[in-house]
Design a binder for this molecule. Sequence first.
Ligand code: FE
Length: 204
Amino acid sequence: MDKKALNNIACGLFVLTARDGAKQNGCIINTVMQVTSAPLKISITVNKSNFTADIIKKTGLFNVSCIDESAEFPLFKRFGFASGRDTDKFSDYGDYKTAANGIHYICKNVNAFISAKVLDVVDVGSHYMFIAEVTDAEVLSDAASATYSYYHQNIKPKPQKPEDEGKKTRWVCKICGYIYEGDALPDDFVCPICKHPASDFEKM
Ligand code: FE
């Protein structure tokens, strides 16, 4: 079986936001699907380790901002590669508005936002799947939506070729482009930038 086949499933990229009291938080997901048109429902699938998943499980409310092709890497770094448990992702960030449900949504480098109320939570293993009714939605621009493959080809930083290439063994993080140097990549290595595991690295 070649698991790389699953990388060829086309999917978009989204900032998923939720609020617990005064705490506004968000993360990056690539798993928003429309599931029905009447009533209008979407599903999202979120890793259980994400603080945003905990908040949605508790509050049953979230917003999804659809990232467009104008987005740059810092947006992904801010919302995707840090945990809201340790940081306030909105503290020095101005490109958001607050929807009628009281939750922030991103208003720059995104082409739409959707507000939703959770109807069902399915425990699917590493992730929760939330099935939710759409309560509000707005188109924000006519820019094309960024897909996961567009991110890999155009947004993620390109690994820099070091001058002493070939002298040391290097592995590159397929998610963010971070380069690890050494004799062997430890099995329990975690990318210092995006926190993805050793299995998301490949030998250069
Ligand atoms: Fe990484």
